[in-house]
Design a protein around this ligand. Structure first.
Ligand SMILES: [Zn+2]
Length: 328
């Protein structure tokens, strides 16, 4: 994630996009009697044609993971955000059913008017970054493809966050609004799914590092110490923290388990909210292109990704005025 995010920013606005809206975190399901089936194959790209159709039929949910490579201290693999998001959605699909969409580990990092690489946060390159509009545009085409392939719900999880998850939600909202699609969508930063007291979104901190230790233990080497926080070389964190805590796989497992449980609830809500539309056809690629251009022209100035460094420093909030105010 980006380093200048607060927990409040991360937690705000996590909601189902579309017909289903939740407020706050429902209690996690407790004590289910039978162990859930674990599916051996969940990746769209690894399935045979029949396997994909058979996976979609009982659980028409498609998971998309977003992340990138960027420094996360000298002790974590660069791809932490991506590997975490992918690991979480794969576990969720194995446990609850659903399909994991083909991967794309490129995301928003350095941006015009916000010199993240030069002045703040992650001061190095080594990031697999693309422009914000390209990332959002790609996400729109993914949503359109999920719709066109017959899924009832799309779950979009970004392991790289700090505000851009709000832009993703705006896009999801617009897609449904503009097209009238019955597709149900949920978009969030992975940190918004965590339900373990004392652990929230961070950058290469105790939460993210513990998550990676749970998901891919060989990609963390805590013997490599950070040189100061938050802007030291490789943007890492000094462990143990002042309260004595250090990242570990055990807490990472608890964090990830809480996220998987939450995704199970979300998946159930999306499927329950889906109301088929007779003869529904997802927009064509040409239609999707005009949806993109309209979305971009109406909303670009409200994107979190459009925030300048000065506006960020002045805590300016580019409040979205609502669709009717924009003539939609
Ligand atoms: Zn991160």
């Amino acid at each position: 994630m980006h380093g200048n995010v607060t927990r409040r920013q991360v937690i705000q606005g996590a909601a189902l996009v579309g017909a289903v809206v939740t407020t706050g975190q429902p209690a996690l399901s407790q004590g289910s009697s039978a162990a859930p089936p674990v599916r051996p194959k969940v990746r769209w790209t690894e399935m045979l044609p029949d396997e994909l159709l058979e996976a979609i039929r009982p659980h028409p949910i498609c998971y998309c993971a977003y992340g990138l490579a960027e420094p996360h201290g000298p002790y974590c693999a660069l791809g932490l955000d991506w590997i975490k998001a992918e690991g979480i959605v794969e576990r969720a699909a194995r446990q609850h059913g659903g399909v994991v969409a083909p991967s794309f580990a490129w995301h928003v990092q350095d941006r015009p008017y916000f010199d993240w690489l030069g002045q703040r946060g992650v001061r190095q390159t080594l990031c697999s970054a693309i422009p914000a509009d390209l990332w959002l545009r790609m996400a729109l085409y993914q949503i359109r493809a999920i719709d066109a392939r017959g899924f009832h719900g799309g779950v979009l999880i970004t392991g790289h966050y700090g505000g851009l998850e709000k832009d993703l939600r705006l896009l999801c909202e617009y897609y449904r609004r503009r097209t009238g699609s019955p597709l149900q969508l949920f978009a969030a930063a992975d940190a918004e799914l965590i339900h373990v007291p004392g652990y929230a979104g961070d950058h290469a901190g105790i939460t993210e590092t513990s998550q990676l230790m749970a998901l891919r233990p060989k990609l963390v080497d805590l013997s490599r110490k950070a040189e100061g926080w938050p802007s030291g070389r490789w943007a890492g964190c000094d462990f143990p923290l002042p309260d004595g805590r250090s990242p570990n796989a055990e807490i990472g497992e608890r964090i990830v388990a809480s996220q998987i449980a939450r995704l199970g609830e979300i998946q159930t809500q999306l499927l329950a909210a889906f109301k088929p539309r007779e003869n529904w056809q997802a927009p064509s690629l040409t239609d999707a292109e005009s949806i993109w251009h309209r979305f971009e022209s109406l909303t670009r100035k409200y994107w979190w990704c459009s925030l300048t460094l000065e506006e960020n420093d002045q805590h300016k909030d580019l409040t979205f005025p609502g669709w009717p105010a924009l003539g939609e």
